[in-house]
Design a protein around this ligand. Structure first.
Ligand code: SAM
Ligand code: SF4
Length: 334
């Protein structure tokens, strides 16, 4: 029997889940060093990806049964999957806050169509404002296209536009203030992300992590900041600061040094339909098998409830017993 009244999707620690991250593909046109190797990344065969109908069905079950109110599309690079606006239209019909994370390479071409299909907001990733360094990190000489893509996102009404920057010691930590200045001048909220042990090569070491404290101190010395009270943060993974002169905000996603697991409200769906209750989870639920075996909405909801019920208190990156997940960031959906 269908229960039309949504009930909270709660785990054993009392956390209510309302945010779904959907990876639409594991493929990418970039090869960011902190995410995947320059060559040899294996891609999923296309028939293993969930169809747009299957992705939208899982999303609908999360919205109808559990009151989810936010969906973010990611990957891999979501814009490399054909006909993405078709999926966006299906998800927009669910009436949730709909956003997308992209490397921005093709935004000038697609921003308008994404917005017209119902996309509301966008996060663009960019880790250097210096063309040669950008190319060294991504293996593509695309910085002008990405910066123009940010302008295109603004023009298409996909605001507030946010800019994700993974900070790595000795790689781009000398650009923290440059990015902050760029954000202030271009109406973009920059979100610095601590480098996480999710690169496919397994090359992460903790000495490459630039901490939230270091990032904020560097910006504050040039553009004075006031911290936004934690009470205003809700389930946002970013801690935020306000520029004292009123020119916007800056955020830090400090998964390594200031884990925010206690307020986590997210579940993730990989491109091939595995439901993960944590980015770092070492287990996952095979929703594709259920979908393709003819599961009812009740069956899907029961399986999702059980999987989230088994969610752990949090990842333990800084503990000796931390186990890296078998999947890397682009295979999960960051
Ligand atoms: N391709 C899109 C992009 O780059 O925005 C979406 C997928 S990407 C996996 C999502 C986000 O994860 C990006 O902002 C990227 O910088 C970030 N990311 C990837 N690997 C990471 C790592 N090892 N540590 C921290 N952030 C990472
Ligand atoms: Fe591609 Fe995004 Fe990973 Fe870079 S971070 S390789 S753009 S999926």
């Amino acid at each position: 029997m269908t229960d039309p009244t949504p009930s909270d999707l709660v785990d054993g620690y009392g956390r209510v889940h309302r945010d779904l991250r959907i990876s639409v593909t594991d493929r990418c046109n970039y090869r960011c060093t902190y995410c995947m190797p320059a060559e040899g990344m294996p891609w999923l065969p296309r028939q293993e990806l969930l169809t747009y109908e299957e992705l939208a069905r899982v999303a609908r079950v999360c919205v109808e049964r559990f009151g989810f109110d936010g969906i973010r599309l990611t990957g891999g690079e979501p814009t490399v999957r054909a006909h993405l606006p078709v999926l966006i239209e299906k998800l927009a019909a669910l009436g949730v806050d709909l956003s997308l994370t992209t490397n921005g390479s093709t935004l000038r071409l697609v921003a308008h169509d994404l917005a017209a299909a119902g996309l509301q907001r966008i996060n663009v990733s960019c880790d250097s404002l210096r063309p040669e360094r950008f190319a060294a990190i991504t293996k593509r000489d695309d910085l002008p296209q990405v910066l123009d893509g940010i302008a295109a996102a603004h023009e298409a009404g996909l605001g507030p536009v946010k800019l994700n920057v993974v900070v790595m010691r000795g790689v781009n930590d000398d650009e923290i203030v440059d990015f902050a200045t760029y954000g202030r001048e271009h109406d973009v909220e920059v979100r610095f992300i601590e480098f996480m042990p999710l690169d496919a090569q397994g090359a992460w070491t903790d000495d490459q992590v630039v901490s939230q404290a270091e990032i904020v101190a560097a910006i504050d010395a040039v553009h004075p900041l006031d911290e936004v009270p934690a009470a205003e943060r809700g389930a946002d993974p970013a801690a935020r600061w306000r520029y004292r002169d009123g020119r916007g905000h800056v955020g830090v996603i400090a998964s390594v040094t200031q884990a925010f697991c206690e307020s986590c409200d997210r579940v993730r769906l990989t491109a091939e339909g595995m439901l993960r209750h944590c980015l770092f989870a070492t287990r996952e639920l095979d929703l594709r098998a259920l979908l393709r075996e003819g599961a009812s909405d009740d069956d899907l909801a029961d399986a999702i409830r059980a999987e989230v019920g088994a969610k752990w208190a949090g990842h333990q990156i800084n503990q000796v017993h931390f186990i890296r997940p078998a999947r890397s960031m682009s295979q999960i959906g960051g």
